[in-house]
Design a protein around this ligand. Structure first.
Ligand code: NDP
Ligand code: 2IT
Length: 448
């Protein structure tokens, strides 16, 4: 069958079969369109139904999460774990706690994770989980009770050789600690490799906290270096002020770039002199306050309500590190008009399909999420290795491995793009390079 027709019929079936899951449709559409040249070259992938199997999760778990708040009121949230693909390793991917979470978001994230994890070169399959629980404004005790309830169901579905969750939006060190404690209690065994992003006192890896943001900047640095540019003296706009945004900011500053803006879900700050990261870290990581508080300490900085206008700030490099679809076509056009030279996706799917098209067609250097933010999960896999060996590597060792991995992902994605006729298009290159390894493993393992 003609590969183009095959892909378009398969996409139609995905939309019909997974109605009302628009983020999942978007992620599948982008990947399937990239795969046409691969399926033309490898008709056996069509005969073996590789793409048809890849778009269908191996298993989806949806469960009730009851918990009690500090006033004794009962709440019932919904928990999810989508175990998407285990061809190259145990399911691996984060857990997201955010009120917007529903099956369409967890499935888009789990689907992307398959290719991202493959790109790392490490033996990890794709999965994702989460809940529509909103950690904002909750006490530590409420968060603990929620995490314990969530894990009281999830524990039976995961394991260090089965499925290894980690953090994502709303899930950081505090939540991983509470979930690990409950898992350990239920299993009566110290299986440290069952979760990653753990604290350093109980099996966590040095460098995991920094890994996604640092990895993103290593990747973008490699991409711009290939065109004779560097971060030195560049103006950079970064959205979000969570784990990814904070450590992307730190690495950009180390490389001599100036980060002038950061945001949260209420609005953004603009500090033309460069943001003071220690203050942001204290406000967001310790005090768990809003980014608007920043201007109380630095009155020369500006605060603006709403997130979208952060992309109207002129910059050389834009790093969206908050959430999906935060850059639409209009924002992309404004960035291009203002002279943006490179965009690196720290968040998962932060650019709409239309925005991505604008960047690629305008010749902006574009680092897609699957490749550019893979440093987090790659370092999670390094944490799993250390847990298995019952050893610790130094920060320098982990960071050097992370850098190597990001440089290799860049190399593999750009070579795949060129080989399949889309030179410099890293969206296509990352999708193809990630897909081929999984497809070959599925081919070898038979119809399962
Ligand atoms: P955090 O929870 O630490 O931070 C998220 C940041 O994004 C916060 O500043 C938050 O603002 C903002 N944000 C979240 N949701 C929205 C929204 N709907 N609209 C506007 N702003 C929003 O999460 P991470 O930094 O870990 O994750 C950020 C992105 O990076 C996500 O897309 C995640 O999937 C991706 N990612 C994370 C990895 C990791 O290792 N943590 C690895 C790879 C990708 P507020 O505080 O107001 O909610
Ligand atoms: O989107 C992602 O890659 C993550 N949230 C990190 C997953 C992980 O298992 O470390």
């Amino acid at each position: 069958m003609d590969a183009k027709q095959y892909v378009s019929e398969l996409f139609e079936r995905v939309v019909k079969r997974n109605a009302n899951e628009k983020e999942f449709h978007q992620a599948v559409q982008e990947v399937l369109e990239s795969l046409v040249p691969v399926l033309e070259k490898h008709p056996e992938y069509i005969d073996l139904g590789i793409a048809e199997r890849i778009v269908e999760p191996e298993r989806q778990i949806i469960f009730r999460v009851p918990w009690m708040d500090d006033n004794g009121k009962v709440h019932v949230n919904r928990g999810f774990r989508v175990q998407f693909n285990s061809a190259i390793g145990p399911y691996k991917g984060g857990i997201r706690f955010h009120p917007s979470v529903y099956v369409g978001i967890i499935k888009f994230l789990g689907f992307e994770q398959i290719f991202k994890n493959s790109l790392t070169g490490l033996p990890i399959g794709g999965g994702k989980g989460g809940s529509d629980f909103d950690p904002k404004g909750k006490s530590d005790a409420e968060v603990m009770r929620f995490c314990q309830s969530f894990m009281s169901e999830l524990y039976r579905h995961i394991g260090q050789d089965v499925d290894v969750p980690a953090g994502d939006i709303g899930v950081g060190g505090r939540e991983i600690g509470f979930m690990y404690g409950q898992y350990k209690r239920l299993k009566n065994a110290y299986e440290a490799g069952v979760l990653t992003g753990k604290g350093l006192t109980y099996g966590g890896s040095l460098g995991r906290t920094e890994a996604t943001g640092f990895g993103l900047v290593y990747f973008v640095d490699e991409m711009i270096k290939a065109k004779g540019m560097s971060f030195e003296g560049k103006t950079v706009v970064i959205s979000g002020s969570g784990n990814v945004a904070i450590y992307a900011t730190k690495k950009v500053q180390q490389l001599g770039g100036k980060v002038v803006a950061l945001s949260d879900s209420n609005g953004y700050i603009y500090d033309k002199d460069g943001v003071k990261l220690d203050t942001v870290k204290r406000l967001k990581e310790v005090e768990r306050k809003r980014i608007s508080e920043y201007v109380k300490e630095y009155p020369t900085a500006e605060y603006h309500e709403g997130c979208a206008n952060i992309w109207t700030i002129p910059c050389d490099v834009a790093l969206p590190c908050a959430t999906q679809n935060e850059i639409n076509e209009e924002s992309a056009r404004i960035l291009v008009k203002n002279g943006v030279k490179a965009v690196g996706e720290g968040a998962n799917m932060p650019s709409t399909l239309e925005a991505t098209k604008v960047f690629i067609e305008s010749g902006v250097l574009f680092a897609p999420a699957k490749a550019a933010n893979a440093g987090g999960v790659a370092t999670s896999a390094l944490e799993m290795s250390q847990n298995s060996m019952r050893l610790h590597w130094t920060f320098e060792e982990v960071d050097a491995k992370l850098k190597d991995i990001m440089v290799n992902i860049y190399k593999n994605a750009s070579e795949a793009a060129e080989k399949y006729g889309h030179k410099d298009n890293l969206v296509v290159g990352a999708n193809i390079a990630g897909f081929i390894k999984v497809a070959e493993a599925m081919k070898a393992q038979g119809l399962v």
